[in-house]
Design a protein around this ligand. Structure first.
Ligand SMILES: NC(=O)c1ccc[n+]([C@@H]2O[C@H](COP(=O)([O-])OP(=O)(O)OC[C@H]3O[C@@H](n4cnc5c(N)ncnc54)[C@H](OP(=O)(O)O)[C@@H]3O)[C@@H](O)[C@H]2O)c1
Length: 342
């Protein structure tokens, strides 16, 4: 292993009033669930590498591992509280006796209970960035964002965020209380947010936090063989883009990424991450993508992407890909912003 010091990534301001944070964040979800088994020691070492590399926005949610992901982060936060901007989320209810059960809860009493449970599991006094994970259109945004704003007044939360909302919903929420961050899927494969959410965030000074910027790993080129690499229990086995003919079609779409990566002496993952940063510049927007990994070496590979600049010709090669992707982002798209835009 090399002993050379790790180069820290550059920083940007979170929203208009927030702290300066690393221009790339870290998604902790896969440590606890969804993408196969985790080696705990390797995952702890990966977390340590975040602060070493200047990756300070750490992203979790109360549903990841049904609370286990927040609990996993607690010792890390105890050691690094001042260096980390901790983001978590509420709104997706699960049940211990029914693993497939999911309900979206945006009502004020649910929010008040959820924040207490997250604070307890994380072992902290205040959540830096608290997101509503999914939107239930039956509950007025004024009620949900009003309840979230009370958490700010009570000192339990510093900044508010939303996930998977449309541009119109972002504007409506922002009028109730300033929204600091919008987290939605955005990658070379997933660009529906560019229709309304991205322009609204740019206009309002809301930081965009692209989730699954590596297309849940697909954009790294690891699924060339029709998704056969997926082990039992990996939830990507149910993802339309990873299965059967779709996986084959989508793997072929990565050819320009591989070519550009070779030209830069970079990896395909790095080119995918560099693309999100540069695409955001076109929209006049600050982004802090949150790729997830359980491995230190990949975390450092991913931060290296912040130092890559793609040429106009390279960006043009990547431009048509999203329109050719086979399969939706989720097996059930009903709770996404895209569904409410149609
Ligand atoms: N708001 C929402 O609704 C929502 C939804 C999904 C995710 N998220 C958040 O966004 C974060 C990131 O999204 P994501 O984890 O779904 O997808 P992602 O970051 O696009 O991809 C993660 C996958 O890529 C692999 N990977 C990462 N870096 C790699 C590299 N350099 N080379 C090869 N493989 C690499 C990881 O495997 P290894 O672990 O084996 O490296 C993992 O399987 C999550 O952790 C979560 O915090 C939010």
């Amino acid at each position: 292993m090399s002993n050379s010091p790790i180069e820290k990534i550059s920083t940007v301001r979170l929203g208009t009033e927030g702290p300066r944070i690393g221009v790339q964040g870290f998604g902790a979800m896969g440590i606890s669930e969804f993408y196969g088994d985790t080696d705990e020691a390797a995952a702890r070492d990966t977390l340590e590498a975040t602060v070493e590399a200047g990756v300070t926005l750490i992203d979790t949610a109360d549903i990841y591992g049904s609370g286990a992901n927040e609990e996993f982060l607690a010792p890390f936060l105890a050691a690094h509280r001042d260096e980390v901007t901790l983001a978590t989320k509420f709104a997706i209810e699960r049940r211990a006796d029914d693993p497939s059960y999911r309900a979206i809860r945006n009502d004020a009493p649910y929010i008040k209970k959820a924040v207490e449970a997250s604070l307890r599991r994380l072992g902290i006094d205040v959540i830096d960035l608290y997101y509503m994970h999914r939107r239930d259109p039956q509950v007025p945004l004024a009620e949900s964002v009003g309840a979230m704003a009370e958490l700010v007044q009570e000192g339990k939360v510093k900044y508010l965020g939303l996930s998977e909302v449309t541009g119109a919903e972002l504007r409506e929420a922002h009028a109730v209380h300033p929204i600091t961050a919008l987290q939605s899927e955005w990658s070379v494969f997933s660009r529906d947010v560019e229709r309304s959410a991205v322009p609204a965030a740019a206009e309002l000074g809301v930081t965009f936090v692209p989730y699954s910027p590596l297309g849940r790993g697909f954009l790294t080129g690891a699924f060339a063989d029709a998704g056969k690499e997926l082990s039992g229990g990996d939830f990507r086995q149910l993802q339309p883009r990873f299965t059967g003919d779709n996986a084959k079609t989508n793997a072929a779409l990565l050819e320009p990424l591989h070519k550009i990566a070779a030209a830069h002496g970079a990896t395909t993952a790095q080119i995918a991450l560099a693309w999100v940063q540069q695409r955001a510049q076109v929209h006049g927007l600050t982004v802090v993508p949150i790729p997830g990994t359980r491995k230190r070496s990949r975390l450092l590979e991913n931060t290296g992407a912040t130092r890559i600049t793609l040429s106009a010709e390279e960006l043009a090669l990547l431009e048509p890909i999203a329109g050719q992707v086979a399969g939706d982002r989720y097996p059930d798209m009903s709770s996404t912003s895209a569904a409410r835009e149609q």
